[in-house]
Design a protein around this ligand. Sequence first.
Ligand code: FMN
Length: 243
Amino acid sequence: MLKVVAPMAGITDAEFLNKVIPLGFDVATLGGYSLDAPTIEASKRIVERGRNEFVFPVEETFSHIENEIASIKRVHGSVKVSANVRSTTPQPIIDIGNIADLDIVEINCHCRQEEILSVGCGQEMLKRADLGDFISEVVDNVDCEVSVKIRGNVEGVDTLEIACLIEEAGADYLHVDAMKKGVFDADYTLLKNICNNVQMKVIGNNSVNSELNAQKMIKTGVSGFSIARGVISGNLSFNISNF
Ligand SMILES: Cc1cc2nc3c(=O)[nH]c(=O)nc-3n(C[C@H](O)[C@H](O)[C@H](O)COP(=O)(O)O)c2cc1C
């Protein structure tokens, strides 16, 4: 079972990840990072209204991420490092995916901040007619593995259909925030349906904050689970090493 630190913009940098990896994580996710002019401008607007983001000028983003990866690999040589990224076009994602020591580039089809949605990124990506081609272009042009992070149950989107499209596009991992409006737990039925219909590795996300919820997540058939808010303090309230 893969245990993944989920991305939290403004929080999951190398310093934070180096502290929490020893809790038992196999994959550490940096970011989310905005990579091109439209998404960087959107991130700036998010910061202006007081929300945390990692914001760098477009020409500094590459070297910043490269240095963050090196800072983790120096301390934790065997952990896989992933970078969660947003861009309106595939090329900046391909550039990051070709950083020598990056293990996984994760295409962010998940954020729901209005500023990111207004440039067609985050969960709005799930509605793009060219989503499959976008993902394939990244898959075909990077040396590392490719993950796609999606939000489940987005209005107007058939999550299962999207999962199959992402598999067809050649992604290695589908990272699913199995959120369901009005429910303060993951949508385990959705995860089970996805796992029954795709061969790629599925990483289940949402509300893994106890041993019980981790077990419920594992029972759906996922290859791994990820944790964001449950580790935001720098600690976990339960032991993940046994999974
Ligand atoms: C402060 C914060 C920042 C986040 N930033 C990102 C992000 O940049 N990219 C992303 O894909 N998900 C982001 N997320 C979503 C988490 O990765 C995760 O999907 C969500 O919090 C549900 O998982 P959890 O119940 O373990 O927290 C963020 C979550 C939080 C709390």
